[in-house]
Design a protein around this ligand. Structure first.
Ligand SMILES: [Zn+2]
Length: 492
């Protein structure tokens, strides 16, 4: 809290002073219902912003160069998404309308990382960042793929950095077992990318399910030794996949975040949640997240659909929806599209599993949002407002403060050890970063659907990123790119 007081004093000095001796803030949000999940504040307050910081929260009137009347609206810390695959401004605009101020690609990560951070600089709508992509770092360590890795590095400069672009290229390396020197090189590559600013390490073993357990354990050991947070999509969507992740993390003391628990545990979500609770109560740093939809989505050419997928995932052809056209698949179209490659939506979960996951204490909301396509999975555009509209207002599955906590404070706390900048986010307090989302609790709702495709969410009125008003009266402010990079603590 000391640092907040310092920032407060600093901000007050920065705020210009009027003739009456009253400070004038750059922006004032007046008369809103201010909600802060860390302190529990839930009251009508005025919020004064100076530069990129929250400088005052007050019952008294505040003077501002610009004053926005937000009566009847909720003023919340900006939403933080731990899991997006769409990392360009096209997807960020959907995320902005969904109330996000920070969106991070942590499951798969990005390679090459340094070039990507450089490309996004001064060019992002909201805050951005990524983990080190272990599949990429091992790919470029394998002698056999050296040339392809160089090509991938080159093409990444020109093409958008997306999960799908790299999955296609890296797929042939899945069955390789690195020798000792390739393993050493993989770890060295990971270390270099952590030093380039990577937020921990993405180990999406579910996309490389044949990886030797020894190889995976080496990465856990490295993470445990250097206190680097791991993000994993587990090897198989069942308890054995989850148990492998738990045991590796506990034995190596590696901090671990398990992505989309809903699609990893499936019908075993209660058991998985109990294991998480036990791990936490024993002092292990293992966390997780859910998204509020009953369908998953990924690349049809990925190893997820290697033979036996129907049994592994409890699905058949007609549960798959081809994103390019919206059609449901059959055996023939499945085979043709798998050869061609592209994204599918997988209708595979029960509504009760989602509610159980969303209600569980300590679990974050994260979207797993995909790359833009008109018929992409609706989570790409509507995850956060869907929780507020459907699960809080309509179904009353959880209360508003709990839901906001899962979108702000919990993701910030999951990350603040590995990414120190996050300790200033996810809070609506004096001295915290002015990343703020203002929404109408009576109308906030997702608009994207499986049938109709992506639409901007409704009911989010204002979004501030580092004090800059980037969503104004529900409209994107043109030519404004206040998004800042979020880096890991090993950056040199
Ligand atoms: Zn995943």
């Amino acid at each position: 809290m000391k640092k907040y007081i310092f920032y407060l004093l600093f901000s007050l000095i920065c705020a210009s002073t009027t003739a009456q001796g009253q400070p004038e803030f750059d922006l004032v949000l007046s008369g809103g219902r201010v909600m802060d999940p860390e302190t529990g504040l839930d009251a009508i307050r005025n919020v004064g912003i100076s530069g990129n910081k929250i400088a005052a929260i007050s019952t008294g009137a505040l003077r501002g160069k610009r004053v926005l009347d937000v009566t009847g609206k909720v003023v919340s810390p900006g939403f933080i998404d731990l899991h997006v695959h769409g990392v360009s401004n096209t997807e960020q605009e959907y995320q902005l309308h969904d109330g996000l101020t920070t969106a991070l690609e942590l499951e798969w990560g990005i390679g090459p990382l340094k070039a990507w951070y450089a490309q996004r600089k001064s060019n992002a709508l909201i805050n951005y960042g990524a983990s080190v992509c272990w599949p990429y770092e091992r790919f470029r360590a394998l002698e056999k793929f050296r040339e392809q890795a160089e090509q991938l590095k080159e093409s990444s400069r020109l093409e958008p950095y997306t999960l799908i672009n790299t999955i296609k290229q890296i797929t042939p390396s899945y069955t390789e077992v690195p020798d000792d020197s390739e393993m050493r090189q993989t770890l060295k590559n990971i270390e270099e990318s952590l030093q380039a600013g990577g937020i921990g390490i993405g180990i999406p073993i579910g996309y490389l399910p044949q990886t030797n357990p020894t190889e995976l354990y080496e990465v856990y050991k490295m993470a445990g030794g250097s206190d680097a947070l791991l993000f994993t999509h587990v090897r198989t969507p069942d308890m054995s996949g989850l148990q492998e992740a738990f045991s590796n993390a506990i034995l190596t003391r590696a901090p671990l975040h398990i992505v989309h628990l809903n699609s990893m545990a499936l019908g075993n979500i209660e058991l998985a949640l109990n294991m998480l609770k036990d791990a936490t109560s024993q002092g292990h740093r293992i966390t997780s997240e859910v998204y509020p939809y009953t369908a998953a989505s990924t690349a049809l050419e990925s190893a997820m659909f290697d033979p036996g997928w129907q049994q592994r995932l409890g699905m058949s052809y007609e549960d798959l929806q081809w994103v390019a056209t919206g059609e449901r698949l059959n055996k023939d179209t499945y085979e043709a599209y798998r050869k061609k490659g592209g994204v599918v939506i997988m209708h595979m979960m029960q509504p009760e599993w989602i509610k159980t996951g969303l209600r569980a204490e300590g679990i974050a909301v994260a979207s797993d949002g995909m790359m833009y396509a008109p018929l992409a999975h609706p989570r790409t555009a509507g995850t956060f407002t869907r929780v507020l509209g459907k699960y809080v207002r309509e179904d009353q599955a959880l209360d508003l403060m709990t839901a906001l906590k899962k979108m702000t404070l919990i993701p910030a706390r999951i990350l603040e050890d590995i990414a120190p900048a996050m300790s200033q986010k996810g809070r609506l307090q004096e001295g915290a970063d002015a990343d703020i989302t203002v929404f109408d609790p009576a109308t906030v709702s997702d608009q994207a659907t499986f049938e109709g495709g992506l639409e901007f969410s409704k009911g989010v009125t204002y979004v501030l990123v580092g004090g800059a008003l980037v969503l104004d009266q529900g409209n994107t402010v043109p030519n404004l790119y206040p998004g800042q990079p979020i880096y890991g603590k090993f950056r040199e």
